[in-house]
Write a protein that binds this ligand. Structure first.
Ligand SMILES: Nc1ncnc2c1ncn2[C@@H]1O[C@H](COP(=O)(O)OP(=O)(O)OP(=O)(O)O)[C@@H](O)[C@H]1O
Length: 319
């Protein structure tokens, strides 16, 4: 029997958190040219979305609408449920933005720049802590114009993170950074995401997308042509099996799903069903006592999938 006090409530699953960023059928034109042609995506708190695409695919044009710097010519964008342009004051305090090219005054020092920026924010991080996080403590008294390209990028990032943003929009955050600084940036961004921030970033470094992104959207000529997790995107391309085969080995069997792209001695096969294809191949080799020299089997990489879809035929502007 139930005890006399109030019965236990049935377990109600928690309501799903609304997306931090919601983009629906976004369009953006420059005169007659439509640079963004109806893209849609969501980013939830604690999630990183990477927008990939060749130069001119429309990534920056889309981000500028999220940042509240431009109006869409169609569709809608919501950041924390608000319009980033009309509700700019509300959105801005929760939004960290790293533009592709920042225009910081060159004659301020690093510390002066960060301190000045901190004064415009509601709850900034301590300046010393922020500089230490990106390894700029030793450059605090150096004028911005004297910084190296990588140091300047790390300063840009410091400013983007200074207000403890709930949404972070990063346009090519690690372009020009050395490998160690790039890893520092990844760690910083990951830390913010682990604390619940939502991140949208663009990058030309596929390993950056692999390292940071929970989901990836590939843009081509203003449209999203492929979207999903790294694994889902890689699976859109066939896997490769390679081995060498002696001249006196019997002919390879026809294996369903397998296409032969190079014949012996260096054989290359492609398949979208790697495990059954390998099983059939290894069974055949065992039955015929054939040695598959240097056997390799590999799923497609993100790079292969990207190259297969990202480059439009001809000029994207003409597409
Ligand atoms: N102010 C503008 N006026 C006219 N066309 C523009 C303008 N800004 C961008 N474009 C065009 O819009 C297209 C998309 O540009 P965008 O900068 O959004 O691409 P992207 O994917 O960010 O490229 P990248 O990787 O080179 O930064 C390009 O063809 C570009 O030339």
């Amino acid at each position: 029997m139930h005890p006399s006090h109030a019965p236990a409530r049935p377990a109600v699953p928690p309501a799903p958190e609304p997306p931090a960023v919601e983009v629906v059928d976004l369009r953006r034109r420059y005169g007659a040219f439509e640079a963004v042609r109806g893209i849609s995506f969501e980013v939830h708190p604690g999630e990183v979305l990477a927008l990939l695409g060749v130069n001119g695919a429309g990534k920056t044009s889309a981000l500028e609408v999220l940042e509240g710097l431009a109006s869409p010519s169609g569709g809608s964008v919501r950041v924390l449920g608000r319009d980033p342009q009309h509700d700019r004051a509300d959105v801005r305090r929760h939004l960290g933005v790293l533009l592709q090219h920042s225009g910081l005054p060159g004659d301020l020092t690093v510390a002066e720049t960060v301190t000045t920026w901190a004064r415009t924010l509601t709850d900034p991080r301590p300046v010393d802590e922020a500089l230490a996080q990106v390894g700029l403590t030793g450059r605090a008294d150096v004028r911005v114009r004297s910084l190296s390209g990588g140091e300047r990028r790390r300063l840009d990032l410091t400013l983007a993170l200074l207000g403890r943003p709930r949404v972070l929009v990063l346009d090519e955050p690690t372009t020009g950074l050395d490998p160690e600084s790039r890893r520092t940036v990844w760690t910083l961004v990951r830390g913010l995401v682990d604390d619940g921030a939502a991140v949208v970033l663009t990058t030309h470094h596929l390993e950056e997308a692999e390292e940071l992104a929970d989901r990836i959207a590939v843009m081509r000529a203003g449209e999203i042509v492929l979207a999903g997790t790294r694994e889902e995107i890689a699976e859109t391309q066939p896997a490769t099996i390679r081995f060498t085969l002696a001249d006196d080995a019997p002919p390879l069997p026809a294996i369903p799903t397998v296409q032969v792209s190079a014949q012996r001695p260096a054989v290359e096969l492609h398949t979208r069903a790697l495990q059954p294809a390998l099983t059939a191949l290894l069974t055949w080799a065992a039955e015929h006592r054939v040695v598959l020299g240097g056997l390799q089997a590999r799923s497609a990489s993100l790079e292969q999938a990207f190259l297969a879809v990202a480059v439009a035929d001809g000029d994207p502007a003409a597409a």
